[in-house]
Design a protein around this ligand. Structure first.
Ligand code: C2E
Ligand code: MG
Ligand code: MG
Ligand code: MG
Length: 284
C-alpha cells in the first residue's frame, strides 16, 4: 500500500504533497477551511464581544469579562473554544486579539463618560502568542490612547503557561504596562505549574480561581482545600481573588465563608451582548 501511495504521489508530480489517508486528508481540509473562514470573518467583522458580569460579595456588578464570540454565517454563534486554538497556531490571534482589545477599550471609554458606569472594570483575555509579540505593549498603549479609556479600568487576564514561556519578556512587559496603570489577573489559577517565588515577582493584582475547583465544591474535599489555599495565598500576597464558574448558591456561600469576595459565573449572569449587560446594570 505504501508503494502504491508513493507511486501515485510521484505520478502526481514532483512538488505535490498528497495524503492518501482519507481521514487525514479530511482533517487537513477542515483545518484549512476553518482558517480561511476565520480570516474572512475578521475582514467582515463577524466577531463580537460578550460581557459576563463580575460581582462583589453583595452581588453588585463591579465589572465584566469580555469574551469573544464569532457570528459565523450558517453556523450561528461560535464560542472561542472552537477557534482560539487554531487562531493561536495560525497567528490570526494577533489581529483578532488586537480587535478584541480595541473594542474593549472603546467600551471602557464610553463607560468612563457616564458616572453610573465610570467605576466598572473590564477584563480582557490575552493569549501567549499575542502577549509575546514584539509590539504587544505598544499595541495596548495605542488602544488606550486612541480610545481614551482609563488604563486602571483595564484588566488583562494572563494564564500561567503564558507567564512561563519567556520569563524576562513577561516581567518587562507587565512592569511597563503596570506603570501605565493597567491591572493584571492570573486566569485559571491552580491549573498550571507556576512556582510561587516566580509569581511573587510579577506585578499581579488578582488571582482567578479556576472553575474546575469551584465545580466540585460540594463533593470534592481536595478542591475545598485547594480553594482555601489559594485564598490564603492571595491574602498573604495582597492580591484580590475572584472565583470563576460559580453556578450555585452553595458554591457562593462556601466561597464567601473562605473570604473570597468576588465572583463570576452563571449564578450572576452568562456572557451576554452589551445591550443586555447595560440593562442588567440598570436593574441591579
Ligand atoms: P476563560 O477566560 O477562563 O473564560 C471563562 C469561561 O468560562 C468562558 O467560556 C465563560 O463563558 C465560561 N463560564 C463563565 N461562567 C461559567 C459558569 O458558571 N459555568 C460554566 N460551566 N462556564 C462558565 P468561553 O466564553 O467559552 O471562553 C473560553 C475561553 O476562551 C476563555 O476562558 C478564554 O481563555 C478564551 N477567550 C475568550 N475570549 C478571548 C479573547 O478575546 N482572547 C483570547 N486570547 N482568549 C479568549
Ligand atoms: Mg478569562
Ligand atoms: Mg478562566
Ligand atoms: Mg477557564
Amino acid at each position: 500500500r505504501a508503494d502504491l501511495a508513493m507511486y501515485q504521489a510521484k505520478a502526481a508530480g514532483r512538488n505535490t504533497l498528497r495524503f492518501f489517508d482519507p481521514e487525514m486528508q479530511q482533517a487537513v481540509t477542515a483545518r484549512a477551511e476553518l482558517e480561511a473562514a476565520l480570516r474572512r470573518g475578521l475582514q467582515q467583522q463577524q466577531f463580537v464581544l460578550y460581557y459576563q458580569p463580575q460581582v462583589d460579595a453583595d452581588g453588585h456588578i463591579t465589572g465584566a469579562e469580555a469574551l469573544l464570540r464569532w457570528q459565523r454565517p450558517e453556523h450561528g454563534l461560535v464560542g472561542p473554544v472552537s477557534f482560539i486554538p487554531l487562531a493561536e497556531e495560525s497567528g490570526l490571534i494577533v489581529p483578532l486579539g488586537e480587535w478584541a482589545l480595541y473594542t474593549a477599550c472603546r467600551q471602557l471609554a464610553e463607560w468612563a463618560r457616564n458616572p453610573a458606569t465610570a467605576r466598572l472594570q473590564l477584563a480582557v483575555n490575552v493569549s501567549a502568542r499575542q502577549f509575546h509579540q514584539a509590539g504587544f505593549v505598544e499595541m495596548v498603549r495605542n488602544a488606550l490612547l486612541y480610545s481614551g479609556a482609563p488604563a486602571h479600568r483595564l484588566k488583562l487576564e494572563l494564564t500561567e503557561s503564558l507567564l512561563l514561556q519567556d520569563v524576562d519578556d513577561t516581567v518587562r512587559k507587565m512592569n511597563t504596562l503596570k506603570q501605565d496603570g493597567v491591572c493584571f489577573s492570573l486566569d485559571d489559577f491552580g491549573t498550571g505549574y507556576s512556582s510561587l517565588s516566580y509569581i511573587k515577582r510579577l506585578p499581579l493584582d488578582q488571582l482567578k480561581i479556576d472553575q474546575s475547583f469551584v465545580r466540585d465544591i460540594d463533593s470534592n474535599s481536595n478542591d475545598v482545600s485547594i480553594i482555601r489555599t489559594i485564598v490564603a495565598l492571595a491574602d498573604s500576597m495582597q492580591l484580590q481573588v475572584i472565583a470563576e464558574g460559580v453556578e450555585t448558591t452553595t458554591q457562593r456561600d462556601f466561597l464567601l465563608q473562605q473570604h473570597c469576595h468576588a465572583f463570576q459565573g452563571y449564578l450572576f449572569g452568562r456572557p451576554m451582548p452589551i445591550a443586555d449587560f447595560l440593562s442588567r446594570l440598570q436593574t441591579a
